[in-house]
Design a protein around this ligand. Structure first.
Ligand SMILES: Cc1cc2nc3c(=O)[nH]c(=O)nc-3n(C[C@H](O)[C@H](O)[C@H](O)COP(=O)(O)OP(=O)(O)OC[C@H]3O[C@@H](n4cnc5c(N)ncnc54)[C@H](O)[C@@H]3O)c2cc1C
Length: 468
């Protein structure tokens, strides 16, 4: 039973006077249940998540974050950290503890001469792209512009520039972090290098990131967009997509999807982004446009910040979400045929199956070079079930699990931590960190030995594992 009473993890009820003293120390806002803004602040992107924290500390800066971490640690509170609030598992919020909410921290400073940007942890990708694009610059970010830079980057960060420029985490120059003991550290290639390694794929396990410095690249106009094909050619389309991705240059990132249009018509689709000279892109993408005939060809030259909003309308906040995802080494005909057959039985027209193609610059980084270790995975496939009514949840969840059973690779549980739900189990969490898990435990032991930061795809420190 969820509780909004402020109790410590060991069951001690907290004195309200102590809470008021903490509140008075903040430059930002402390929300308690019943306060104006509390209901909106506890909601996250996925409406399946209905948690009621006892406190929400909407931080205005690093000093607030330090105060909140110290307050939470001293009072043994359950802590959730919120960036963009997009996590499908709902890991930006918790029941009964404190949410350290960074969503108001929106500072962005682009250094055009140094081709870099510093952004605070409450920034979304749309906000960062907008500022960087004024200077004709950009970096790898997520496919939906309302996603937070923080959670996405800390988990790895897939996006349409990744084959050319690497994952979002590969473009991080440094991260400022508040650790569990309230210390403020910088993690970079030269400072706290073990922490820097762990923050690039290990999620929010090691501390609260306050700012991210990213390398930027010249990215002006890209050639890309969606091409839709009739669903009855979906199997051929996926075979074509396999060939396309097997020979794609680094400038081309292409996703394949099975989806349903607002008028209820099922379609298969390729979403492509060519991040190089438009004239060359026209040649590279000719086969995509000519496979068909397409029902719609929306490929056009457009600013990078515009292509980054292609999917915004398909993923509004407030829908019920349940996802299942796996990394795949190859796109076998057996799994693509299963996708097509099972998609025909999807209970919700808002649901899609999306295949993302990795490789390129992502695969040229060593598996142990960053905590994100799935460098050899060529594809990530995700069944993203979305629906409107809670009464439809059971049916949609059962369908998603059935689909996943049909397509998941046997003998490998590898998955992108950022696409996991909250019911995957400890073994799958371990599989998300793969061969890097042991080293991540060592970093966790050093920076968060009591597991203060546990509302995430959790890496348990050794002492806690011994105790359980
Ligand atoms: C519609 C949609 C589209 C997506 N598209 C992509 C995509 O294209 N590429 C991709 O890689 N992923 C994508 N994702 C997944 C996304 O990377 C994760 O959902 C990610 O967790 C979102 O980060 P957030 O800051 O918005 O989330 P939150 O829910 O706020 O946080 C997620 C996790 O990160 C931790 N965290 C957040 N901020 C901090 C911080 N400052 N310091 C420490 N820990 C922190 C939280 O504690 C939590 O564990 C998508 C998700 C959705 C819902």
């Amino acid at each position: 039973m969820p509780t909004t009473e402020l109790v410590s993890r060991s069951g001690e009820v907290l004195d309200i006077a102590k809470v008021r003293r903490f509140e008075a120390s903040l430059r930002g806002v402390l929300l308690l249940p019943g306060a104006d803004g509390y209901e909106a602040a506890r909601r996250v992107h996925n409406a399946m998540i209905d948690k009621r924290p006892a406190l929400i500390a909407q931080c205005a800066g690093v000093a607030d974050i330090v105060a909140a971490v110290n307050f939470a640690r001293e009072n043994s509170l359950l802590v959730a950290v919120r960036g963009g609030g997009h996590n499908v598992a709902g890991l930006g919020v918790c029941d009964g503890g404190i949410v350290i909410d960074l969503s108001r921290m929106k500072g962005i400073r682009v250094d055009p001469a140094g081709a870099s940007v510093r952004a605070e942890a409450g920034v979304t990708w749309g906000e960062l792209d907008r500022e960087a694009q004024v200077f004709g610059l950009g970096t790898t970010g997520g496919a939906v512009s309302t996603t937070g830079i923080a959670g996405l980057t800390l988990g790895g960060g897939l996006g349409v520039l990744m084959r050319k420029h690497g994952l979002a985490c590969d473009n991080v120059l440094s991260i400022n972090v508040v650790t569990a003991d309230g210390a403020i550290l910088t993690a970079s290639a030269t400072e706290n290098v073990d922490l820097f390694w762990a923050l690039r794929g290990g999620g929010g396990n090691f501390g609260i990131a306050t700012t991210f410095d990213y390398r930027l690249h010249p990215v002006g106009t890209v050639l890309g967009g969606l091409v839709l094909y009739p669903f009855d050619r979906a199997k051929e389309m996926l075979a074509f997509y396999r060939e396309l991705t097997e020979t794609a240059p680094d400038e081309l990132t292409a996703y394949a999807a099975l989806l349903t249009l607002p008028d209820g018509v099922r379609v298969s689709a390729i979403f492509a982004c060519y991040a190089g000279a438009v004239a060359v892109g026209e040649t590279v993408l000719r086969t995509v446009r000519e496979f068909g005939p397409p029902m719609a060809d929306l490929i056009a030259p457009m600013p990078y910040a515009t292509i980054q909003k292609t999917f915004d309308a398909t993923a509004p906040s407030g829908l019920l979400n349940y996802w299942k995802s796996s990394f795949l080494q190859t796109l076998s005909m057996e799994s693509t045929d299963a996708m097509v057959a099972t998609y025909l039985t999807a209970p919700s027209p808002l649901t899609s199956i999306v295949v993302e193609h990795l490789g390129g610059a992502v695969g040229r980084v060593g598996e142990g070079d960053t905590a994100f270790g799935h460098r050899r995975a060529e594809y990530s496939v995700t069944a993203a079930s979305l629906w409107r009514q809670a009464s439809e949840s059971e049916q949609n969840i059962a369908w998603t699990r059935r689909l996943w059973d049909a397509i998941r690779p046997r003998g490998s549980d590898a998955v992108y931590a950022n696409y996991m739900t909250d019911d995957e189990g400890a073994l799958r969490v371990r599989a998300a960190y793969g061969a890097n898990h042991k080293r991540l435990v060592a970093v966790k032991n050093r920076y968060d030995p009591t597991n203060l930061f546990r509302v995430n795809q959790n890496i348990k420190p050794t002492l806690e594992r011994d105790a359980t």
